[in-house]
Design a protein. Structure first.
Length: 476
């Protein structure tokens, strides 16, 4: 988190008179009537209830990761997105790094990423903290994340030390120890400098990175490494002008962007768009929906615009922070003393927003007049429900943009294959992006169909996280 950065809101109030969404679900006859026995073994990405959580768990882990072009991918080059949360400083809140907490983060909140924030300064690893104890906390976190099929970032949390050069010697020793210890663990990602600031330029960061990355890759040549950028990890374009080499000792490198929605708005989003166009691989290893201090007011509208852009570019992210500190960015309320078994009433405003984004439960944006839940049509013995939620809305260059999150639940006794969803609008629309489903537009109608891993709607479970971004011309 930075202390103070200016931002200007460009958001507009959405005019719901233009578009009203109607949803009809059609079960394609192929496989629908004939598939009547037993439960499918299809490993679809699902948002299931407790009895189906094991199915979802298998799809939250993608094996060893790679960086291919602009994207994070699995070993086969398929794009993946990690979504989760960052701890606060391990010297202050180590109690949240435990197996039961991580289990809940994965099973209840659908996270597949945890970031372990190891402060270097502020009584941290390099300034009076108990190194052995902090390393034990990290090991506990790595083990818990690995057990629950999550990825884990070991974050060298540069902040008040301003430049990673200050503790470069200690960084070399630390990352050598971590890389050697976890050399066979594909769950581990290394973040070598959190937020360089105080005038620290890209060339200084680049010089540091060229010394630290080979230390890590000596023991794990394919480990993904995250590199901070100047000005509290906001100046992506500085890195884009002179990135690290993309082969040899420096492959599988991504560059971090941090934002806080109340402070950072269109200007920083424009930088992200430009960096993406310049093929810079970006990872949002920290963000919040309040101001840049980690406190202050919350701006859900700006946060939703950020989420829409991250989804569009398939950028992974970790929200700040997993603790009950009395500040706006915390996941939990100060009154919550639990370490696991969290209920909605235990979550802060930020925590509730993140939960809705990750699970699709409830509305993320403010009031709408759209009827977004209906009972689907029946086919054979299947009972399929469709739920569509508006999770983002914004205006740009005279066009109105909408982001939808859809889920399909099969309450019937039989599996359904080759489902189809039709979305009808009152005006012609264009598809900007879509994920976890195929999408085709014909005038005022968009048809969604499955991809290979969610082709079957398994009896008693839910296919979640089907995403769609559309736009249309806004009337004067």
């Amino acid at each position: 988190m930075e202390k103070d950065t200016k931002g200007v809101s460009m958001s507009k109030k959405f005019d719901w008179r233009m578009v009203l969404l109607f949803i009809a679900l059609l079960c394609v006859t192929v496989g629908c009537a004939s598939n009547v026995k037993g439960a499918s073994s299809d490993k679809a990405i699902v948002k299931a209830e407790k009895r189906a959580e094991k199915v979802k768990a298998k799809k939250s882990y993608y094996g060893a990761l790679r960086v291919k072009g602009t994207y994070l991918t699995d070993q086969k080059g398929k794009k993946v997105v990690l979504k989760g949360i960052s701890t606060h400083g391990l010297q202050w809140f180590p109690e949240y790094v435990n197996e039961k907490t991580f289990r809940d983060l994965h099973d209840t909140f659908h996270m597949n990423l945890v970031r372990l924030a190891l402060y270097t300064d502020e009584n941290g690893y390099c300034s009076g903290g108990d190194k052995k104890e902090l390393e034990k906390v990290i090991d506990r976190g790595v083990r818990a994340a690995t057990k629950h099929q999550m990825y884990v970032i070991i974050d060298w949390h540069v902040l008040h030390d301003l430049t990673p050069k200050k503790y470069e010697k200690q960084a070399k020793s630390f990352f050598k120890k971590m890389a050697k210890k976890y050399r066979k663990n594909p769950h581990v990602i290394y973040e070598i400098c959190n937020e360089p600031n105080g005038g620290t330029g890209w060339e200084e960061i680049r010089s540091y990175a060229k010394k630290i990355i080979p230390v890590i890759h000596k023991y794990n040549k394919n480990a993904v490494v995250l590199v901070g950028t100047p000005n509290w990890s906001q100046e992506l374009l500085d890195a884009a002008k002179n990135p690290l080499p993309k082969t040899g000792k420096y492959k599988n490198v991504m560059y971090t962007l941090h934002f806080y929605a109340t402070t950072h708005r269109d200007e920083l989003r424009t930088k992200l768009k430009q960096a993406h166009e310049q093929k810079l691989p970006v990872f949002v290893s920290e963000f919040g929906i309040c101001d840049a201090s980690g406190n202050g007011s919350i701006d859900k509208q700006q946060a939703n615009q950020w989420m829409a852009l991250l989804n569009q570019y398939k950028i992974s992210y970790a929200n700040w922070s997993l603790c009950n500190k009395d500040e706006a960015a915390s996941f939990l309320k100060p009154s919550c003393k639990k370490l696991y078994g969290f209920k909605t009433s235990d979550l802060s405003t930020s925590g509730k927003w993140l939960t809705k984004v990750l699970t699709g439960s409830g509305k993320v944006t403010a009031k709408t007049k759209t009827n977004t839940e209906i009972i689907a049509s029946k086919k054979a013995d299947a009972h399929l429900w469709v739920k569509a939620k508006v999770t983002g809305e914004w205006e740009s260059n005279g066009k109105q943009f909408l982001q939808y999150s859809l889920s399909l639940r099969n309450d019937g006794s039989k599996d359904i294959k080759d489902w189809q969803v039709k979305l009808s609008f009152k005006t012609k629309v264009k598809i900007v992006n879509h994920w976890n489903g195929n999408a085709q537009v014909n005038g005022k109608t968009i048809t969604l169909t499955p991809v290979d891993y969610n082709r079957t709607a398994v009896s008693g479970s839910t296919i979640a996280d089907i995403g769609l971004i559309i736009c249309y011309e806004k009337r004067p």
